[in-house]
Design a protein around this ligand. Sequence first.
Ligand code: NAP
Length: 240
Amino acid sequence: MLKGQVAIVTGASRGIGKGIAIKLAEQGMKLSVIGSSEDIHKSADDIKRKGFADVLPIQADISNESQVKEVVERTLQEYKQIDLLVNNAGVGFFKQVDETTLEEWKKVFEVNVQGVFLGSKSVLPYMKEQKSGTIITISSDVARYTIPNGSAYTATKYAVQGFSGSLAQEVRKYGIRVGTINPGMVDTYFAESEQGLEEKKDWLKVEDIANAVVYMASAPKHMMIDEIVLHPFVQDYPIA
Ligand code: NAP
């Protein structure tokens, strides 16, 4: 079902985004992969080396409106359509409120919230015209409950949860589906960590999140998956 369709994956330089890009390429999708650093080119080369030709790396900051518009324009030039946007790029830090600087607060909101707004807004005109499309945001389990030292990060994830719900209701009449995937702890480079550390061996793998993206994006047309929440078995978390 996804074969031949076109996806934009943000934050695909490493971690979850790179895992999603690989999985979507395996499904036969054509990809634009986005990251703010030069690492996005290395990541695209890694994916191409796995035998997937249609991988367009674009170095862009998803909190910058003109750069996001360029991502959409270059994707349309290359592939002529956009079927799936995965808003994955995100940053996080974990500090007490009185230790958090205004710059840190602004940065996490710019990437995690403004980036999701700008990415979604930029693809909507094309999806509305083609009367189809899917927008998936990689949010977090902390979009549903709070954690100490996570005020800024948690606030961004509550924000994108609200954004996605409203957007889903707005664009349903155009055949556009909007959902969130809310993982618990995933073994990545997140918050200046390293992937593959012994203490994270039982955490979710990037492939687990990528499989959820494929499931959500390839759901039959009569079906809407609003949200997928997943945790590693070892994580202790509140259940509503
Ligand atoms: P990661 O390994 O640190 O990867 C973050 C990605 O985002 C990188 O590819 C980075 O590439 C990109 N990025 C950061 N700022 C950007 C910007 N301004 N513009 C474009 N790209 C940007 O972290 P991750 O764990 O894969 O996180 C991916 C998403 O999953 C985030 O939204 C995060 O909140 C969410 N999440 C993670 C976990 C977890 O436990 N790891 C749990 C729940 C949710 P560049 O360096 O090239 O910009």
